[in-house]
Design a protein around this ligand. Structure first.
Ligand code: SAH
Length: 369
């Protein structure tokens, strides 16, 4: 049964869906979920992909993140066993580039245990091929990882987590729900009655927003950040979250659907388009800090990669492959230029408190707070 029929039947049986339930089913429904079916990455002409991520633009991205992890490991006191975890590894490209860049550091490679958090069986298969020869453990959730020193990376993962949306009305905050449209075969948005119970869910910076404003809330992202904060408060470690969104909580809505690099209607063709939101870095950092971690950033991706030495790396690569110099330069610009990914994308570091990570303040690429 196509996902749209499953959704309309479910709504007829159980009533409206929260937007988060709708997004969750569209992205990770076991058979129809957008991420469960195939490989959404790539340039439209080459592979028919729907979007391109930084690790797919250039090997430099994963390499620098690998070195950031190795540097953090050294400053954590070189724990003999350390988990290297990636959330939502896509095609496995970032991890492969990261591990290759760390070949010069055999002690680091001997200490790490690679864990990939991935729901999609088809992407797991691609990751297995990309990382052939590397021992890897897959898991569906951060919650099932062993309790040990931790390095964690998440690139364009949090933007794929389901959000709820609330609209400020004269009567208070009202949740936006997904209902069946009048034709019975398509979907529409509807507002639930406003409730004073919604108030506490709204990010503090948005509570006084103008009527008509929309607040987006990512329960899954917030609980991951809080869990990560708790782990980092008892185990030495560092996490690097890179994604797109504003540095401070801002009114939405930012949810958008993308198909073949074009905007698509959110409620049309469920399961066939990517659904993605701007990440609320402020709320993620607050949740992790409340649980005991320290937060650095978010810094603009461009500034972060420049501080890690991306320009030097680009020159090295161009010197060894002069025929590719223009391609390398274009990739560099795309990653760091403020008009491209350099400013919209940001890097947030979450690290253990001083007692567990005395040498790690601030982590590489971040300014002191
Ligand atoms: N980090 C990669 C891929 C980003 S796309 C890159 O930069 O190229 C998002 C990734 O997260 C995909 O691998 C997707 O299958 C995975 N994913 C999405 N929702 C998830 C969830 N709820 N749990 C685990 N993995 C998820």
């Amino acid at each position: 049964m196509p996902l749209i029929d499953e959704l309309t039947k479910r709504i007829a049986r159980q009533g409206p869906l929260s937007l988060a339930d709708y997004i969750g089913l569209c992205l990770t429904h076991p058979t129809h979920g957008y991420y469960m079916k195939g490989d959404p990455f790539g340039a439209p002409k080459q592979s028919g992909g729907d979007f391109v991520t930084a690790p797919e633009i250039s090997q430099m991205f994963g390499e620098l993140i690998g070195l950031w992890c190795a540097d953090s490991w050294q400053r954590l006191g070189r724990p003999a066993r350390c988990l290297l975890v990636e959330l939502g590894p896509g095609r496995g490209t970032l991890m492969a580039d990261a591990l290759r860049a760390c070949r010069a550091l055999p002690e680091f490679l001997a200490a790490i245990e690679v864990h990939l958090v991935e729901v999609s069986p088809s992407l797991r298969e691609i990751q297995r091929r990309t990382l052939a020869g590397q021992e890897v453990t897959w898991t569906e959730s951060l919650a099932t990882l062993p309790d040990a020193p931790l390095l964690l990376v998440a690139n364009e993962f949090f933007d794929a987590l389901p959000v709820r949306q609330f609209e400020k009305t004269a009567g208070g905050w009202a949740e936006r729900l997904v209902v069946a449209a009048d034709d019975g075969r398509s979907l529409a948005f509807a507002l639930a009655p406003p409730s004073p119970l919604n108030e506490a869910l709204i990010p503090t910076g948005l509570r006084d927003a103008e009527p008509g404003s929309v607040a987006e809330l990512c329960p899954a992202g917030l609980s991951l950040a809080a869990h990560l904060g708790a782990v980092l408060s008892r185990q030495p470690g560092a996490a690097l979250i890179i994604d797109y969104g504003p540095a401070r909580s801002s009114p939405g809505p930012t949810l958008q659907a993308l198909r073949r690099h074009r905007r698509h209607e959110v409620l049309q063709d469920p399961g066939e388009a990517d659904l993605t939101v701007h990440v609320d870095f402020q709320s993620l950092a607050e949740a992790a800090v409340a649980a005991g971690a320290r937060a650095y950033g978010p810094s603009d991706q461009g500034a972060f990669l420049q501080a890690l030495g991306i320009e030097t790396r680009a020159s090295q690569l161009a010197a060894t492959a002069p025929q590719k110099a223009a391609e390398i330069e274009a990739a560099l610009r795309r990653l760091v230029d403020p008009a491209e990914m350099g400013r919209l994308f940001k890097a947030l570091a979450l690290i253990s408190p001083e007692a567990l990570a005395p040498g790690l303040t601030p982590p590489a690429g971040f300014a002191a707070d």
